[in-house]
Ligand binder design. Sequence first.
Ligand SMILES: Cc1cc2nc3c(=O)[nH]c(=O)nc-3n(C[C@H](O)[C@H](O)[C@H](O)COP(=O)(O)OP(=O)(O)OC[C@H]3O[C@@H](n4cnc5c(N)ncnc54)[C@H](O)[C@@H]3O)c2cc1C
Length: 245
Amino acid sequence: MIKNSFPLVLEWAKQITPRVRHLAFSREDQADLAFTPGQFITIHIDVDGKVLRRSYSIATIPGKSELIEIAAGRVEGGIATTLLYGLKPGEKITVTGPFGRLILRDEQPSRYVLVATGTGVTPYRSMMPMLAERLADQQLEVMVLLGVRNRDELLYADEFLSYAQQYPNFHFRAYYSRKLPEQAQDFEHQGYVQTSFADLNLEPSRDIVFLCGNPDMIDDAFTVLKDKGFDAKTVRREKYISSGF
Ligand SMILES: Cc1cc2nc3c(=O)[nH]c(=O)nc-3n(C[C@H](O)[C@H](O)[C@H](O)COP(=O)(O)OP(=O)(O)OC[C@H]3O[C@@H](n4cnc5c(N)ncnc54)[C@H](O)[C@@H]3O)c2cc1C
C-alpha cells in the first residue's frame, strides 16, 4: 500500500478533443479532497510489480462539481494513457495528492497572465471561480493564453469565452502552432503561445505570469520573461514532464 494513497472511482469520461479525454472521479472513501485550484494528483500504476507515477492537474471547477476531474492528453503507447483511455465507469485508480504550488496566492498584481499549452490549461479552469471573485472585487486583469496545434485541439474554450463575456477584464486567446482557420475569430491567433508576449507590455512590477504544460514552451517563455526582469517570484511554472519509469 502506497503511503497516503486512496482509490478514485471513475464516474464518467468523455473525449473533449481528438487527443484529450476528460475524466471525472469520486473518492471511494467519500472523504473530501481539499485541494487548492492549480494543484495536481499523482496516479500510481502497477506495471509488473513496479509502481510508476504519473501526475495530472485537477480540472475540477469548485462549486460546479464535487468530482475530481482531470484532462488526459493521449501519448502514443503511454502507460498512463493506456490506463486512463481504457478505464470504464466503476473502475478504480490509486492516487496520492493533492500536490503543487501553481496556485493563486494572497497577492494583488495588476494582471495575471496565465499561459498554457494543451492540457496545461486545466489548472486555470479550476482557478476560474477564485479569479472571478478577484475580478469582481479588485482592480485586476486576467489573461488566459492557450497554445494548441489547431482549432480541433482547443479545450474548454467555450467556458473561457463565456467568462470573457461576463467579466470585461478577463481575456482569452488561443494560439495555433499550425494553420489559422479561415474566418478566424478575434480570440484566435497564429503561432506559438509565447508570441503573445510581444504585444502584452509585460512588466514584472505589475504582472504575475503562470506557465503550464509543454517543457519547451516553458523554457522558451521563461527566457523571454527573464530578459524583461521577471524572476521565480513573478513567474510560476509547472512542466508536464513524464515522470518516467
Ligand atoms: C505536475 C504534472 C502535471 C501534469 N498534468 C498533466 C495533465 O493535467 N494532463 C496531461 O495529459 N498530462 C499531464 N502531465 C503529464 C503526465 O503526467 C504524463 O507524463 C503524460 O500523460 C504521459 O504519460 P504516459 O504514461 O501516458 O506516457 P509515458 O509512458 O510516460 O510515455 C510514453 C512515451 O512517450 C513519451 N512522452 C511522454 N509524454 C509525452 C508528451 N507529452 N508528448 C510526446 N511524447 C511524450 C515518453 O518519453 C515515452 O517515450 C503532468 C505532468 C506533471 C509532472
